[in-house]
Design a protein around this ligand. Structure first.
Ligand SMILES: Cc1cc2nc3c(=O)[nH]c(=O)nc-3n(C[C@H](O)[C@H](O)[C@H](O)COP(=O)(O)O)c2cc1C
Ligand code: SF4
Ligand code: SF4
Length: 248
C-alpha cells in the first residue's frame, strides 16, 4: 500500500512507477481525505509506503494532517518507507516524517529521495532546463529507488544538508511571509475555474470569473500556477519561468 500526495505531478509519477513495480495499491491522499478514509489494514508481507514532495524543508501540511488521523493495522513482516521528491534540499523532512509516524504508532524503516524539477517558483532564479536530461535523470533515480524498496532496503538514503534545523525554521518564516496575497492573475485568464476546482486546500473561490485567494490553508503548492491552461497566474519569481504542466 503506497499513499501519495502530489502538488504538481512529480510525486504522483514516482509513486505510480514504484507501485507498478511492487504490484501494489497506490492511494491518493487527497482522495482519501475527500472520502474521509483513514483506516486501512496491511496484509502479511505487504509494504507500507508514503510518497511526498518536500515543501520548505518540511512535510506538506495536508500530509501531516492525514498522518495524524491515519489508523493502520499492520501485518507480519512489516516494512515502511518514505519516498521524497524535491529539488535536492530535503533538510529535516525525513526526520520530521519519521516523528509524525511514531506519533501514529508506526515506524519507518527507510527514506529515499528523488531529485527532480523544483516546482516552488519562489527562491530560485530563471534557468534553462534541459527537459530530456532531467527526465532521464528522474527516471533513472525512480527505477533505482523502486528496486531498493522491492528489496526492502533499510536506512536513510537522502542527502542531508548542514544546519538543516536552522534552514527549516527560516523557511517556515519565508512560507508565512509569502502568503497568497502575492498571487497575481493576468488578463489571459479565461475564467475556466480549473484553479479553484483543483486546489487541494480549497483556497480559491471564483469571483466574477476570476480566481480569488481566500487564504484558508494554502500550502503554496503552486498547482494553480503551474496547471492554469492560460498561464495567467504569477507569484514573485514565476514570470518567465517555465510552467510545469506535466511531470518529467
Ligand atoms: C511550496 C514549495 C516549497 C518547496 N520547498 C522545497 C525545499 O525546501 N527543498 C527542495 O529541495 N525542494 C522544494 N520544493 C520543490 C518540490 O519539493 C519538488 O519540486 C517536488 O518534486 C514537487 O512535487 P509535486 O510535483 O509532486 O508537487 C518546493 C516546492 C514547493 C511548491
Ligand atoms: S485556471 Fe487559469 S484561466 Fe482558469 S480561472 Fe484559473 S487563472 Fe483563470
Ligand atoms: S491556492 Fe494554489 S498554491 Fe495554494 S494550495 Fe491551492 S493550488 Fe496550491
Amino acid at each position: 500500500m503506497l499513499f501519495y500526495y502530489s502538488g504538481t505531478g512529480n510525486t504522483q509519477k514516482a509513486a505510480q512507477f514504484v507501485a507498478n513495480r511492487l504490484e501494489d495499491k497506490c492511494i491518493d491522499i487527497e482522495a482519501a481525505i475527500a472520502e474521509n478514509q483513514y483506516q486501512y489494514q496491511l496484509g502479511d508481507n505487504e509494504r507500507l509506503g508514503f510518497a511526498i514532495p518536500v515543501y520548505f524543508g518540511s512535510v506538506p501540511a495536508i500530509v501531516q494532517d492525514f498522518i495524524s488521523k491515519l489508523k493502520i493495522q499492520t501485518g507480519e513482516h512489516y516494512y515502511c518507507y518514505l519516498l521524497m521528491t524535491d529539488g535536492g534540499m530535503a533538510f529535516k523532512t525525513g526526520d520530521q516524517f519519521s516523528f509524525l509516524l511514531v506519533k501514529s504508532g508506526l515506524t519507518l524503516n527507510a527514506i529515499f529521495e528523488i531529485v527532480t524539477y523544483d516546482s516552488s517558483c519562489i527562491a530560485w532564479k530563471n534557468e534553462t532546463i534541459d527537459w530530456d536530461k532531467l527526465k532521464h535523470a528522474v527516471e533513472t533515480q525512480t527505477a533505482f529507488v523502486a528496486e531498493q524498496i522491492f528489496d526492502r532496503t533499510t536506512g536513510n538514503h537522502y542527502k542531508q544538508q548542514i544546519l538543516s534545523g536552522l534552514a527549516t525554521a527560516s523557511m517556515k518564516l519565508i512560507y508565512r511571509a509569502i502568503q497568497t496575497s502575492h498571487f497575481r492573475v493576468s488578463d489571459k485568464c479565461t475564467g475556466c475555474g480549473l484553479c479553484a476546482k483543483k486546489c487541494p486546500t480549497h483556497s480559491i473561490e471564483m469571483s466574477e470569473d476570476h480566481p480569488k485567494w481566500i487564504h484558508a490553508h494554502c500550502m503554496l503548492c503552486m498547482r494553480c500556477l503551474h496547471h492554469c491552461p492560460a498561464e495567467a497566474i504569477d507569484i514573485f519569481g514565476s514570470p518567465g519561468r517555465p510552467r510545469y504542466k506535466k511531470a518529467v
